[in-house]
Design a protein around this ligand. Structure first.
Ligand SMILES: CCCCCCCCC/C=C/C(=O)SCCNC(=O)CCNC(=O)[C@H](O)C(C)(C)COP(=O)(O)OP(=O)(O)OC[C@H]1O[C@@H](n2cnc3c(N)ncnc32)[C@H](O)[C@@H]1OP(=O)(O)O
Length: 305
């Protein structure tokens, strides 16, 4: 699987990511569907780590993370994520996606730390390119993207939620969310930071990033990291209602607006992609950073005993 995923990852990355504004003509996706043609029957595709269900009548797909124990974002997961997103992006019937988790209490534990420990420079390069690719695709998506955060969501998990158009979180103070990289002795890259700033503003982002804060759901709402809290059993219902509200608008108007709001941040990474990979690989290759990551993993294991 790892080898196959790596090949797929290379295939994806070779094709590159087009900025949002160049992906689709400005009249949008829905308008391109030939009038009068029936939609294909309901479809689902399931990979190893992500289940995708497409509801043809609503035009909404649900992407459910199902990679135990904690939906950590390793190379295989990231590759599946990018492929699933690309399939949906190219599906004219699909106008919105709901991203959620099938693992109780966990949305995603963020980047798989083992992918950043004791590996070769080539591996770090491939891994980081896949992380960039995931963000570029999600942040630039033409579809309405809705995160249903039904569990804890640190670091890279939080980035996925922040990259969506709207975030609903389960109303449970045991679930936390935030960019906690500083707590691991690592630094959130500039595009994590920019995505965060675009959601919560400079002040909250600066304080939260420096402290590596993980916020319980009610605080996350207070600081604008998520848009609303909903009792866990009502998440599905709420997600359907929110999605319907976003899809009620003409696609082209929403898409151009989204592009206008996000383009500068996307363009910055596209322009500095190779430099960002080099920064990452040299940063994680440092012995001091390796030591911090190893200690953090040990701390996670000790917490259990
Ligand atoms: C200049 C620019 C430079 C750039 C510089 C570099 C920038 C990098 C940016 C990094 C972004 C990131 O996302 S870094 C990743 C940050 N993630 C985190 O801090 C999350 C850490 N995990 C947790 O807090 C918890 O595990 C949590 C998710 C809440 C679930 O708690 P639970 O009690 O339910 O489960 P646990 O028992 O803790 O975890 C179950 C098992 O999963 C493992 N596990 C948990 N999280 C994991 C993870 N992220 N990666 C790997 N493995 C993980 C644990 O070790 C356990 O392994 P076993 O003991 O073997 O079962």
């Amino acid at each position: 699987m790892a080898a196959a995923a790596a090949t797929l990852a290379r295939r994806i990355t070779r094709s590159g990511v087009l900025p949002l504004c160049r992906r689709l003509p400005v009249w949008g996706r829905a308008a391109r569907r030939p009038p009068g043609l029936p939609l294909a029957p309901c479809r689902a595709f399931s990979n190893k780590k992500i289940q995708v269900d497409m509801n043809e009548s609503s035009g909404v797909a649900t992407m459910k993370f199902k990679s135990p124990p904690v939906n950590s974002l390793n190379l295989d997961f990231l590759t599946e994520f990018c492929i699933s997103l690309e399939k949906l992006e190219n599906d004219r019937a699909c106008r919105g996606i709901i991203i959620t988790s099938a693992i109780p209490k966990i949305f995603s534990s963020g980047l798989d730390i083992t992918e950043m420990c004791g590996k070769s420079t080539e591996h770090y390069t491939e891994f980081w390119r896949a992380v960039q690719e995931m963000w570029l695709r999600l942040y630039s998506s033409n579809m309405v993207t809705l995160a249903v955060v039904n569990g804890s969501s640190p670091a890279g998990g939080c980035l996925i939620a922040l990259s969506c158009d709207y975030r609903i979180m389960a109303d449970n103070p045991k679930y936390t969310i935030g960019l906690n990289e500083a707590q691991l002795g690592i630094v959130a890259p500039f595009w994590f930071k920019d995505t965060f700033v675009n959601v919560v503003g400079q002040r909250v982002a600066e304080r939260s990033l420096q402290l590596g804060s993980l916020y319980p759901a009610p605080e996350a709402l207070k600081f604008g990291i998520v848009d609303e809290l909903v009792p866990e059993e009502k998440l599905q219902e709420k997600a359907t209602a929110v999605m319907a509200q976003w899809l009620a608008l003409p696609d082209h108007a929403r898409q151009i607006t989204k592009s206008m709001m996000r383009k500068a941040v996307l363009d910055l990474l596209v322009a500095h992609r190779e430099e960002d990979i080099k920064n990452f690989t040299s940063f994680v290759s440092k012995e001091s950073i390796q030591k911090s990551l190893r200690m953090y993993m040990e701390m996670l294991k000790k917490k259990k005993s």
